[in-house]
Write a protein that binds this ligand. Structure first.
Ligand SMILES: [Zn+2]
Length: 393
């Protein structure tokens, strides 16, 4: 096993991380604390000489972020952040070939829940840092480990409100190690999920005047949402994306109870994935202002509420030093992906951020999740080179 890592201890670290159940979920019966992962990482970082801060996430008991800093963070604020999330999605152990919480080496792959998304990244970061034990860090190296990425992103949201990572005068750079098969990703779409509730008045179906049909009104609301969708598709395109326009999916609808009763209330939930340059807040406002007259016309009460706070679209300029370095070191041009990450929250702090990590997104959130051995050495080499270029020179 050890042959695939520079250091034998790295497999043990990965094995320890996989062994900690750190599932996060909006459903309380699945949700677990991430403190075991945070404490393990904190201990290893301390051994390597990092200054370690564990930051509890407010209003989320049992959840914390880790900010570990190697080298003097003298307030100038430059340097490099390696960022990852400590949680995983829930899994179905009965469908796995081996225990999801036991690291299993099979077919030139390390199997385990979180092996690719994304506990493996932390093990490789520590493996890369180990060789700079005695080096003089001119710019700080920061390892950031967050809570709840797979559910509410409460960890990244909390960090965006805090000072722990804020850069000073110098530009600070970050690599978010999500599984991208080591391809540099400098943009992704945002995501928001919204719920529309229309309230009319139930009544006997024999006389339409006895009620106000929320379902009839929803028909009109859906028409307007589809108009908005068409307008967005016409007005916004980005050729970097496989699906080049913003998308809106009307995902589920619930209303009414009986054919002979006027429908008193009806709810629709949809998602909207905006392109870089668009803002979720602006979109929410536009949707509200276009649905309000439709509801008034149908005399129903309209409520539009986010199902979660959303993630903004993300883009880092191709001229950024971190994009340039990762393109040069991987020999690959930077790309866009369809999944959302914590990158916009780091960007919000003024940190120039790129998404790049080991493993394939196709294996994330899947039964028998694995990290392929052949991702490991190239990733450690790449991380080592980034440390040299951004922290030691
Ligand atoms: Zn992930």
């Amino acid at each position: 096993m050890a042959a695939h890592f520079r250091l034998p201890g790295t497999v043990e670290k990965l094995s320890t991380l996989i062994g900690h159940n750190s599932i996060s979920s909006v459903l309380p019966e699945y949700d677990q604390s991430n403190l075991a992962v945070i404490n393990s990482l904190a201990g290893w970082c301390e051994e390597l000489g990092f200054n370690v801060q564990i930051l509890p996430v407010e209003h989320h008991p049992g959840k914390a972020n880790l900010v570990a800093t190697l080298g003097e963070d003298n307030g100038q604020g430059g340097g490099l952040v390696f960022s990852g999330h400590t949680d995983t999605v829930p899994c179905n152990p009965e469908k796995w070939q081996s225990d999801p919480f036991t690291l299993t080496d099979r077919d030139n792959r390390f199997y385990g829940l979180g092996s690719c998304d994304m506990k493996g990244f932390f093990a490789l970061v520590l493996d890369a840092v180990e060789q700079f034990r005695d080096a003089e860090f001119k710019q700080p190296l920061i390892v950031l480990a967050t809570a709840d990425e797979e559910s509410s992103m409460s960890g990244a949201r909390a960090l965006a409100q805090q000072n722990a990572l804020k850069p000073g005068n110098k530009t600070r750079y970050a690599v978010v190690g999500e599984p991208t098969s080591l391809r540099p990703i400098r943009m992704h779409k945002g995501i928001m999920m919204e719920n529309v509730r229309l309230t009319g008045r139930a009544g006997h179906s024999s006389n339409p005047a006895l009620g106000i049909s929320a379902m009839d009104a929803m028909h009109a609301v859906m028409g307007e949402l589809m108009n908005i969708r068409n307008d967005l598709a016409q007005n916004f395109q980005n050729a970097h994306f496989a699906v080049q326009s913003p998308t809106m999916n009307l995902g589920c609808i619930h209303g009414g109870d009986n054919p002979n009763r006027i429908c008193g209330s009806c709810e629709l939930a949809f998602d909207l994935r905006a392109l870089p340059g668009m803002s979720n807040d602006d979109l929410r406002e536009e949707i509200r202002s276009r649905l309000t007259p439709v509801a008034q016309q149908h005399q129903v009460e309209l409520e539009v509420e986010p199902l979660f706070p959303g993630v903004n679209p993300f883009e880092t300029e191709s001229s950024s030093a971190i994009v340039q370095a990762c393109e040069r070191l991987t020999g690959a041009s930077s790309e866009a992906v369809a999944f959302a990450t914590e990158a916009p929250f780091l960007q919000q702090l003024g940190i120039e951020t790129l998404v790049l990590g080991p493993g394939n997104i196709d294996q994330a959130h899947q039964v028998d999740e694995y990290l392929a051995h052949d991702q490991i050495q190239p990733c450690v080499d790449l991380l080592s080179q980034l440390i040299k270029e951004f922290c030691l020179q």
